[in-house]
Design a protein around this ligand. Structure first.
Ligand SMILES: NC(=O)C1=CN([C@@H]2O[C@H](COP(=O)(O)OP(=O)(O)OC[C@H]3O[C@@H](n4cnc5c(N)ncnc54)[C@H](O)[C@@H]3O)[C@@H](O)[C@H]2O)[C@@H](O)CC1
Ligand SMILES: [K+]
Length: 553
């Protein structure tokens, strides 16, 4: 799978490759510039027909150096280019300086001036090479004045100007996807969006995408992402093998591609029914719990999803009073009544390999007891490992007053699947409102370490983290958007799908099951399209599973 690097990791890779003598800084910069130009011409072939005008905006570091290369290549191709530099040419780092000198033999590089830039001729393409991975502070005001959404409105048909960001739209923090603003939100006239937010139609990044392209604001402002090779090594393939847990050091993106190519049979290879022809117990037995009278829907959604994704058997367990009601809705899902959680063994024998606890259960003592009973189950004589436990919704909220009590019971075969609200109740110091500059990847890692289990923090940028630091981002963004997935019950279905995959005695590591479930869940939503309600997700799974199985090798 694709690695998602931090700015620091990218810098370290570059430094190591330079030290090993496999690349030079200047060589990488040349390739970076060439890559941007070729991606532009690939995406907009009409720009090849005749030379156009570019406005190339360069910054004081190596991102600016890429900009000088791009300007030179475009001028050589017959384009006219207006080039501006924010910063002192004398202070440019060496490779950027070399490219500055080469460029100034072809054209002038003007000092940054917002008014002059905006009074200039209308460009066809704007190249944003002001800041890349090195930005450490909010975008300075004179730069935001040009790059911000208001910046180019002075030109006619400004909406037709193609905007290309080098590495990232300047201002984006590539580690956390945040856009720090240089202003006081308390001011009445502070409106970051038109003034500061810089967005692109295309973002061309190098070697590997960075976390910030897929977290937070990243997907809202990068347009589309293209990744170009600048000659660094391919060790990432080993570190990020599909089906294996993620590398503790480097986060990855859950997707069936690597370096632009399809990965062999992922996520189909994670599902036991794709690889093993046994009887139903060979694919595991899931128990999903449902709430009391009139509150069974969420549990039923989870149960059906567990069965559809491939569990051999699924039993819905509900209070006795709700048995009749649930019976009217279920056929292939089995049903048992249970009032006192202490009697769990009566309905769940040792062949149960996964539990899904939470959807529709209601918060309170009974739910806490149920969670405690389920988490206390040990490995059985039949199965070499403990049953997997997926805790969602009310199973999480029931511990809001004492998260430590939950974390004392959770074990390595547990997955917590909170949305931001539930996450904030269990990890108040890591909540969205409290996390400051820490990335969603970092906070999910900290949460997983504290709980000693897998934590799946939902969102369009879902992060799944394991206690050892392994982390995966699942992106329902860019060409995989499915905003209609924000619908009641969709989370219950996801919890059921994770349990259904993890139930197989041959299932891989839990985090890998969670990755596959999350990806398939979004695929099901995309396959259905707008108008989706939670019931539709499980019904789309056969189609999605067939496609996952038939992936080109
Ligand atoms: N050899 C390499 O390291 C390569 C780097 N490449 C490019 O280099 C970029 C990283 O270069 P750098 O590390 O030089 O970083 P940047 O060029 O992103 O920015 C660093 C510069 O901006 C200044 N700065 C940071 N925040 C500021 C703020 N808020 N206001 C004013 N100035 C600020 C810093 O003092 C420094 O001068 C990548 O994004 C990529 O575009 C590519 O050319 C590939 C090869
Ligand atoms: K940039």
């Amino acid at each position: 799978m694709t690695e998602l690097l931090t700015a620091r990791q990218m810098r370290d890779l570059e430094q190591a490759a330079i030290a090993a003598g496999t690349v030079t800084g200047a060589g990488m910069m040349e390739k970076a510039g060439q890559g941007v130009v070729s991606e532009i011409l690939k995406r907009w072939p009409e720009l090849r027909i005749k030379p156009h005008r570019a406005l190339v905006l360069c910054g004081p570091g190596n991102n600016g150096g890429d900009g000088f290369v791009i300007a030179r290549l475009l001028i050589r191709a017959g384009w006219s280019a207006d080039v501006f530099l924010s910063g002192d040419p004398e202070k440019l780092p060496p490779d950027a300086r070399t490219n500055y000198d080469r460029l100034t033999t072809l054209t002038d590089v003007h000092a940054w001036d917002a008014e002059t830039i905006r009074d200039g001729a209308r460009p066809d393409v704007i190249i944003d090479a002001v800041f890349g991975a090195g930005l450490t502070r909010p975008l300075p005001r004179d730069i935001a004045q040009v790059l911000g959404a208001r910046g180019c409105r002075r030109w006619k048909r400004s909406y037709e100007i193609t905007r290309v960001a080098v590495d990232c739209p300047s201002g984006l923090n590539l580690d956390n996807g945040m856009l720090p603003f240089d202003g006081d939100p308390a001011d009445e006239d502070f409106n970051p969006w038109p003034d500061f937010v810089n967005s692109a139609d295309l973002t061309v990044t190098f070697h590997s995408p960075k976390a910030g392209h897929y977290l937070g604001m990243g997907p809202l402002i990068c347009g589309r992402i293209a990744v170009v090779d600048i000659g660094l090594s391919g060790e990432a393939i080993e570190r990020s093998m599909a089906g294996q847990p993620p590398d503790p050091e480097r986060a990855r993106l859950a997707e069936p591609r690597f370096a632009g190519r399809p990965v062999r049979r992922w996520p189909g290879m994670v599902l036991s029914k794709n690889s093993y022809a046994g009887h139903k117990y060979h694919h595991g037995h899931v128990i999903a719990f449902a709430g009391g009278v009139g509150r069974g829907g969420a549990g039923r959604l989870a149960a059906r999803a567990a069965l559809r994704i491939g569990a051999g058997l699924v039993t819905l367990v509900c209070p006795r009073a709700a048995v009749m009601e649930n019976a009217m809705h279920l056929n292939s899902v089995m049903l048992r009544g249970l009032d006192d959680p202490k009697d769990l063994a009566r309905v769940a024998d040792e062949r149960v390999t996964a539990f899904c606890v939470g959807p529709g259960l209601g918060t309170g003592a009974r739910t806490r007891d149920l969670v405690a009973q389920v988490l206390a189950r040990a490995e059985s004589e039949r199965d070499w490992r403990r049953p997997a436990v997926v805790l969602d919704a009310d199973a999480l909220t029931s511990f809001a007053d004492d998260p430590g009590a939950l974390f004392a019971m959770t074990h390595a075969r547990t997955v917590l699947t909170p949305h931001e609200g539930e996450f904030g109740r269990l990890f108040p110091d890591l909540a969205q409102s409290a996390r400051a500059d820490a990335s969603k990847i970092e906070v999910a890692r900290l949460a997983a370490a504290r709980a000693g289990c897998v934590v799946l923090l939902k969102g369009p940028d879902t992060v799944i983290a394991a206690p050892d630091g392994g982390a995966t981002v699942h992106a329902a963004t860019y060409n995989r958007q499915a905003p209609w997935l924000a619908t009641a019950g969709a989370g219950d279905v996801l919890a059921g799908m994770i349990a259904g995959i993890a139930a197989s005695p041959t299932a891989p590591d839990l985090i890998v099951c969670a990755e596959a479930a999350t990806w398939l869940h979004t695929e099901a939503a995309r396959a259905f399209g707008p108008g989706l309600i939670a019931e539709d997700l499980s019904e789309m799974l056969p189609q999605v599973l067939r496609a996952a199985q038939d992936q080109p090798e």
